[in-house]
Design a binder for this molecule. Structure first.
Ligand SMILES: NC(=O)C1=CN([C@@H]2O[C@H](COP(=O)(O)OP(=O)(O)OC[C@H]3O[C@@H](n4cnc5c(N)ncnc54)[C@H](O)[C@@H]3O)[C@@H](O)[C@H]2O)C=CC1
Ligand SMILES: CCCCC/C=C\C=C\C(=O)C/C=C\C/C=C\CCCC(=O)O
Length: 278
């Protein structure tokens, strides 16, 4: 997909990965409405991005993804502003085991809600013009993590939801692609501002993550591959730290439940085909 002039709806865009994704999309000429629960950070990001890319290309909408009415209003604002939403990025998330219910509401229900709004709007079989939905998950959506069980559960649910839609027999007719972005730890505020009691066994995790932490721009690069490569329906793109960032894409390639892991060591390779599977 060429993102130039495409309409984008993105959640949790005021800082961190979401902010980086907005910038990468804007660099390529997309039109971005980003929302965030934090109005101050959101407005500051809006001012900065509008200064660089113009108010006709980027706007902020305050929205709490746990509130269905606010989500609907923000999504509709993106549709009115850009004419259509072609790219939906459900990225807002929190990490705090003490407030596990809020975490499920934000990480799981917020992403499902955004996905549903996008699907309804985009599906070609009901008059839409197709598009792509990327859910920011985590490696914690694919493996057990004893440091944050509820966070881990909130992310596993999104993988199940996203890949299930990708495998819908009507996926072709709907013209909507579904992708999961699954990085290990990333050096953002979520990571750096975490308090001792927000996860279990913090020292152990800190030690474990110390050498493997990714930089946000490495994850943003992976995100852009998911958006731009039209072969990516059902892709689960893992981002690890090896020698530099390492990408491994698993993708549903048929309707028999076959998930083929494809290992890519060269981050510049953007297009993978089933024949690439070793
Ligand atoms: N930082 C990390 O190590 C990793 C993060 N992730 C995921 O990436 C996504 C982005 O995380 P980061 O950029 O690292 O975090 P961050 O904390 O820097 O940014 C998250 C943004 O989401 C917003 N947000 C939180 N709750 C919201 C709500 N209810 N409604 C609207 N906006 C809300 C925050 O205000 C913030 O601006 C999250 O889904 C996170 O779970 C995945 C893997 C690793
Ligand atoms: C030291 C403070 C840690 C704070 C953690 C904050 C956010 C983490 C969010 C995640 O989604 C974590 C991502 C993946 C976890 C899965 C495996 C971790 C293995 C260790 C590693 O290599 O990072």
């Amino acid at each position: 997909m060429d993102v130039k002039d495409k309409g984008v709806f993105l959640t949790g865009g005021a800082r961190g990965l979401g902010r980086g994704m907005c910038q990468a999309l804007l660099e390529k000429g997309a039109k971005v409405l980003f929302c965030d629960v934090n109005a101050d950070t959101g407005r500051a990001a809006e001012a900065e991005l509008q200064g660089k890319y113009g108010a006709d290309h980027v706007i902020f909408s305050q929205c709490d993804v746990t509130d269905a009415d606010q989500m609907k209003a923000s999504f509709q604002r993106a549709v009115s502003q850009w004419g259509a939403v072609d790219i939906c990025v459900n990225n807002a998330g929190v990490m705090d085991e003490r407030i596990w219910e809020k975490m499920i509401q934000t990480n799981t229900m917020g992403q499902i809600r955004g996905s549903q709004l996008a699907l309804e709007h985009m599906r070609r079989d009901e008059g839409g013009r197709g598009g792509v939905i990327v859910n920011t998950v985590s490696m914690a959506g694919l493996i057990p993590c004893h440091w944050f069980p509820a966070y881990c559960a909130s992310k596993h649910a999104v993988v199940g939801y996203t890949t299930s839609w990708a495998r819908n027999p009507m996926a072709g007719a709907m013209g909507v692609r579904w992708c999961c972005l699954c990085p290990v730890s990333v050096n953002t505020d979520m990571m750096t501002s975490l308090q001792e009691d927000q996860i279990f066994d913090m020292d152990n995790f800190r030690e474990r993550a110390a050498d493997t932490m990714l930089q946000p721009e490495e994850v943003v690069q992976a995100f852009m591959r998911l958006v731009e490569d039209s072969d990516n329906n059902g892709a689960i793109l893992e981002v690890w730290r090896g020698k530099g960032a390492t990408y491994r894409k698993r993708q549903l390639v048929d309707m028999d439940g076959v998930s083929n892991p494809m290992v890519v060591d060269n981050p510049s390779q953007t297009s993978l085909k089933p024949s690439d599977v070793k």
